[in-house]
Design a protein around this ligand. Structure first.
Ligand code: 5GP
Ligand code: ZN
Length: 116
């Protein structure tokens, strides 16, 4: 698996240089619990390949994006979320993206939530 960015916090998590609470790992994806959760269950699904934002994807990434979305319901089921969940991808400055490595938030669990 290719490109990583030495200054990227999520690339460092993938490399094990920054610890994380992992929820899923395969050859192309990693899922881990958000350090500042909005909901009882809040995971981030990321590609292992460094892609900065959703605005940077090309048709060659379609299968990867499909894998990210397809993982979400399986992961929620595994983590005991049975009553629905939210999937959010923030993109770019106006999209309020803070970490410049493509990630999908998946949030679930009983309300009330901290945010969202
Ligand atoms: P964004 O605003 O870019 O869509 O979301 C970035 C998310 O990454 C935030 O929800 C933030 O809490 C989470 N985050 C930032 N740094 C870390 C970290 O070092 N570890 C983990 N687990 N989550 C992080
Ligand atoms: Zn990265």
């Amino acid at each position: 698996m290719s490109h990583s960015d030495p200054n990227c916090i999520f690339c460092k998590i993938i490399a094990g240089q920054i610890p994380s609470k992992k929820a899923h790992e395969d050859d192309q994806l990693l899922a881990f619990h958000d350090i500042n959760p909005w909901a009882p269950v809040h995971v981030l699904i990321i590609p292992k390949q460094h892609i900065a934002t959703l605005a940077d994807v090309a048709p060659e990434h379609d299968a990867l994006l499909g894998a990210m979305l397809g993982l979400a319901p399986r992961l929620m089921k595994q983590l005991g979320v049975s009553n629905g969940f939210r999937t959010i991808i923030n993109t770019g400055r106006d999209g309020m993206q803070e970490v410049q490595h493509l990630h999908m938030h998946v949030m679930g669990g009983p309300r009330p939530w901290v945010r969202g």
